[in-house]
Structures are given as C-alpha cells and as structure tokens.
Design a protein around this ligand. Sequence first.
Ligand code: ADP
Ligand code: MG
Length: 568
Amino acid sequence: MSDVRLIVGIDLGTTNSECFVYSTTTNTPELQYLNGSLTGMYPSVILYDQKAEKFIVGQEAKDNEGAKVWREMKIDLGKGEAKKVTIGSQTLNPITFSTIILKYIYEGLQQAYNDPIIETLVITVPADFKDAERQATLKAAHDAGFEPENEIRLINEPTAAALAYGEKLNEAQTLVSFDLGGGTFDVTFLEYDNIDGVRFYQALKTDGLILGGRDFDRKIIDYLYEGYLATDEGKAYKKDVPFKESFYLSAKNLAERIKINLSKTESVSGTDIIKVNGNRIILEYNITRDQFEKMIEGLVDRTIQMTKKVIGEEEVGCILMVGGSTRVPLIKKKIEEAFPNIPRVDDNPDLIVALGACIQASIISNKKESFLNEILTNPLGISVSGDFVKHMLYEGTPIPYEIEERFYRADDGDEVSAFLVQGKDILLESRNNQILGEIVLTGMKNTEAGAPVDIKIRVDNSGMVEVTASEVEEDGAKFFNNFKIGSTMRVQAQNYADLRAQAFEKYKDKTLQDLTAIADEIIEKIEAREEKVPSDHWLLEKLQSGRYGNLEEFKVIVYRADLKTDLY
Ligand code: ADP
Ligand code: MG
C-alpha cells in the first residue's frame, strides 16, 4: 500500500461516468483518466467476453458495434432484481451493473495510485432518486470495494453542478440546473447564498423526463434507415423485424458520431460500413444541422416547457448547463429564446457534476463546515386509515432532518401497522407513491383504539430514511421499536407487491368491460352501507374513475375493493 491519500468524487451517470480526485500530491481536483481512457469519461456500458470469461467495461465495451451490451440500467436502479437483463450466459440487474462500473473506477484508482488510502467518497445521484435508489447506489459502491475512512456520501447532481460552478458566482441568487444527459433530462431550481464567503446551496424544486441524447441518436438512425431502404440494395433486402433491430443496434455509435459532429459543423456527410445480421451494409449519408434540428425540435421543446414550469414566476439569476447533450447548439438557442434575460454558464457540462462531487468530498474530508444544504425531493409520510397518506416531511425540507408526530390507533388489538410512503400523493395507492416498508408494532401494551403511537422519521445527509415507532404509556414513557429501512423492511414491503401480483393473477383474463361489471357490483355493496368510513368514499371515487384509466391499476383497485367489501 502506498501512502497516497485520495478524496474522490464520482458522477455515476446513465450514459457516462466520470471521476475527479484530490490527492495528497495535488491541490486541485483532477479528472481521472483511468484504465487507458482517453477522455476521462467512462461510458456506462458493459459487455461480457465469453472467451476471457470477464466483463469489459467503458469505451472498450461501447466500441463493440452491434454487440448486445448492458447500458442505461441506472434508470431502473430502484426496481432492482425485477429489471435484470440476461445477455448470453450472464445476468445483470441495475445494482450489479452499477457495481461493475464502480469497480472499474475503483480498480483504476488502485492501479494509478498503487493501493491508495481513500478518505472520502462522494457519489452523485439524480435529485429525485428515492430511498430504494439511494440504497442501491450505496450498496453498489460497497460491493465495488470502496471502504473510505470517513464515509460514502451521496449528493444530488444539480447541487454538485451548482457547487462546481459556484466558484464563478459571487452574488446571492437563484439558479436553475438544466441537465440533459444521454437518457434523462432533469431540471432543478436552486437557491444560492453567499454569507461571509461561505456558500449555501439549496435545491428547491425538481422535475424530469426520460429523454436525452439517445433519443437524438435515434432520430438520426431513423433517417439512416429510411435512406438505406430507398437505395437499390436496401430495396432488395427482406425488411423483417430482426433486420431492423440489428440495423438500429449497429448504427448507434455512427449516429452518435454524426450528432456530435453536427454540434461543430453545419453538415456531415460520409460513407460507413455497418454490420447487420452478419452482413456488411454500406451507408451513405449527408445530414445538415438544419435537418437534424428539425428532427429533434419537438423533443427539445419538451425540455424547455418543463423548465418554464419549474421556474414558474420565480426570478432566476443564472442557468447552469449540465450534461453532454447541452452541447447541441439548438438547445442553447432555444434556451436563449425562452429565457433571454437569464445568463448561462456552460463549461464542460459533462464533467461538472463529477467535479462538484469531488469538491464536496474535500469539504467533508477537511471537515470544513458543510455549506451544502440538500433537500428532500420526495415527501415522506405514513399510511393512515382510509388508505390515505399523512405526510410528515415535505419536499424542500433541508436534510438531515428529524421529525416526530403522534398518531392514534384506529382499532383495538395488540398489533399496529402502517406503511412508510415516499411520494407526493395523499392517496396511498397512487402510482406516484412508493411504499418503502411496513412499520409493525407487535405485543402492544395499550390494546385499545385511540391509544397514542409516536412515529419518528429521520433522513440523513444522503437522503437515507430511518423510522422509529414507539408506544406511549400513560406516564409518557415510551417503548421503542427500531426499523432501519433495509432488508427487513423491504421484505415487508413485498406484501404490497404480492397484492398487485394477486390482483393480476385473479383478473388475468378480464377485460375492461368485465372489470367494470365487477366494480359496479362492489359500488352497489359500498353504497348500501349505512355508515361510510373514509376509505369507502375513496374506493367509490377510485372505482368510478379507475375504469377510464390504466387497466393494470384498475385491476389492483378492484381487487383491493373486493377484499374490503368481503369483510362487510
Ligand atoms: P449522463 O449524465 O446521461 O451519463 P452525459 O452528461 O455524459 O450523460 O451526456 C451524454 C450524452 O451527451 C450522450 O448522448 C452524448 O452523445 C451527448 N454528447 C456528448 N457530447 C456531445 C456533443 N458535442 N454534441 C451533442 N451531444 C453530445
Ligand atoms: Mg449526468
């Protein structure tokens, strides 16, 4: 082991990952060119080499044109195992995927610095990442081998960008981070303050879309495909589905290169060979920037609309351009048109987040007073009777934070349970809500309805949630039951997934019409009840409106209603 000490910041991106390091030998954060990388960016792409029996990561994997690779799995990070993907003999889920990418960086650092001591590691995550996604990111970092002396801290990507650009900002002001990456768009409204040279950042609002550079690439592939089909050779081909699929896979890197060139020049033309289903195909193309801009204009407009919505009536001091796709000239043009009076900063938009992570890591390591104020981006609450959610922590709450509230039991019995819910809706069942776990208190002393129960929610620096629930005795003494939202809570949360699975099983072959008929019967039963409880009203409303919505959700709601009315 060498005695080099490192402070590390990593942007674990959907498309590319980057790493900045402060070492004891340098005094500024340095972009890391690890494992032979020429750009300091490591495509978040993985390939399995059957012969060598090992995973190939980064640029080398991406360069394997036409091969099936694992990519963009970060989008499903919170869904874990359910989103596993098998290619050949290997299966990766979003966590093992992230582990392999992080391990690639970890091993690169080991090699470059000869087994250094890592003091602190900061990894960035999208501001709207929920608990499950944050847990998954931490797990991946541990599994990759990172064991820093201090801690592994997660910070939000826009906050990291603000921190890095912050060196350039003097006045107190509001900021908007406009982050257009490879597969995702995130826009965040932040507040920035400078008090006696100490900077404070606080993210106030955030929203996003699954939209990014890969959608631009796809437009170019569409164009190449149409162009090829119009050639004599193209006309002769049998255009079945596998052909198209193989074409789209093989043309991906070419399309991206064309797009990136169009950021620099007004037109790109050339001849390239791609392999489609084992056959070599010659592609000739000539695309102007103007044509490309027409292809993507609708997509770009969606990002501008969302930015307008997030800004609302607020005054904005500066727009931070983040993400590789903001290098597309049309994006800058559209932003200038939509927000003519707001200045922009846009140095190295694809590296800025990793740089901010490294700056934050150095703040932690030097134990400077932290001036980074993170906020909770998704409200947290507890399910209460009637299948409503009582929110306890709202979005925008600065973290770390702790809150305790008193609840009163609805029923008699020696057991009480409630769901811990993350999401904005007050209806438990809303698809916008995610159940993090179930809080179960067993063997209660006070077994009567109306007895008080105190619930405490704590969110730490990284946005991780911990819940404590306790029974309150007459003299005010409390009994504690501790729950860390981890494996045990997840198992409990499974109940909810089971419920959905049961619903799908029971109504497997049911059409919307069948379900509507069942719903009508249940509605009749509910309406016949003399005294209605809040959940009856809610169920009625859901049953009425659900039939116009998504069939899957409708199945779940009918199933729940059916279970309930069975008890009448
Ligand atoms: P993520 O945050 O999703 O990991 P990045 O911020 O690294 O992604 O952005 C990657 C995307 O940026 C890719 O779609 C890439 O093609 C695109 N990109 C990078 N450079 C340019 C450029 N000069 N012009 C247009 N798009 C670019
Ligand atoms: Mg990014």
